[in-house]
Design a protein around this ligand. Sequence first.
Ligand code: XMP
Length: 507
Amino acid sequence: MTSRVIVLDFGAQYSQLIARRVREAGVFSEVLPGDTPARVIREKQPQALILSGGPASVFEPGAPSPDPAIFELGIPMLGICYGMQIMAKMLGGTVEPAPDREYGRAEMTITGDSLLLAGMANPSVVWMSHGDLVRTAPPGFEVLASTPRTPIAAFAYPERHWWAVQFHPEVHHTPEGAAVFRNFLFRIARLVPDWQPTAFVEQAVADVRAKVGDDRAFVALSGGVDSAVAAAIARQAIGDRLTAVLIDHGLMRAGEIEEIQRAFADIDLHVVRAAPQFFRALQGVTDPEMKRKVIGREFIRAFEQAQEAIGPTTVLIQGTVYPDVIESGGQGHAKTIKSHHNVGGLPSDVAFRVVEPLRWLFKDEVRRVGEQLGLPPSLVWRQPFPGPGLAVRVLGEVTEDKVAVLRQADRIVREELVRAGLERQIWQAFAVLMNVRAVGVMGDNRTYGYAVAIRAVDSEDGMTADWVRLPYEVLDRMASRIVGEVPEITRVVYDVTSKPPATIEWE
Ligand code: XMP
């Protein structure tokens, strides 16, 4: 039997990151709601359990709490942040509000030998984010570490395999966080690292097959890696009962439709020419959330029209990945940051079932799965492109003319990036058409045209991102070509904000 770890989710925005770190260590992991009954957990036969962090305080009425019977399961358990506090509370320790909320890096002193923190530097830098703290450890527990503001930064009851940390080992701000997971998985729970993308593919194929049943399904290709990988999985699962649909919403990049048609020449692919209806629906819409909702709605309408053409299908396969889910507030208590069209923008009257085989994966995991499936590298390594297309990069009202202007600038940015050999190293690079005009001079004439921003970011999974220090020569070539070749644009600026606090897209 393959190793399996269950993460109980208490509503942390980043709880899936925990599962991902476990998978990175080579152990299959899935997330279940924090209050999943112990009986259900036992049936899944996990060899270890992790209790996630969460925004609540254990003092709040109705604070999320695990089934007390999980402490009788006899399997190793790791509490993280809120997970530690709820363990402390349920097992007889004391938790109290911290004098001030602790947020950020802290220096942690390890006070004894422990399997969990073995191999970490001492002192060690850890990431803290909590409003309450554990004041006294429950009976039987020993304190493993502290920071200046957190007297109990880690505790354990080794004989019962109960371990917990107040800090967040899952975020990169805890540089040695991976060691905590490795220690927990391999030294404490003694698991075997046997999870590989192959295992994921097998499981996902079986899952899609079960969910689709005897029905026909269709998949919406966007040209991006997510939908391509979802399509490849679905094709393995249901063969020629799968039809691919490409909605030409008029918001694609230059040459994109033709590229997709070439890449999917061997699949039953319908291109739906729907640009006029999208532009009509977008008339007068300036609010970014509203744009996404309108586009989401038009997508579904266009799919429905496509469905009439391709015959009855009851299932829609979508390449939704985890960051889309989390940022759309699709999970637990995480707040909505943007509704990604393929999740939050879906109207409630959708006429088919949606199957999302990649829902729990991060982009780089999707790429590994894509390679495993044998998809062409040009597709697997393509930079992400948002479902709502260039509409979220045209600030203010989206019109066909503005999109045409942006498309030219975007093509230049991408061409220059390829020429500089930087395309693969950079997560995303693109142009944004701003809703401001700027004065310029062309020959002897004063001009008054659009301003464009260039955005280039590095990221591991799209959840956080750093702006890229593009060489000045590259920026210079991009800017000169844009103002030289696109007469409507008179000014180019470079976006030097990271995520957070900015998002990658401007809208
Ligand atoms: P943000 O702007 O939220 O973007 O920092 C994170 C990543 O997601 C992409 N993105 C989207 N992808 N539908 C998608 O399929 C969307 O509505 C959407 N909005 C943003 C964005 O390009 C970046 O890679």
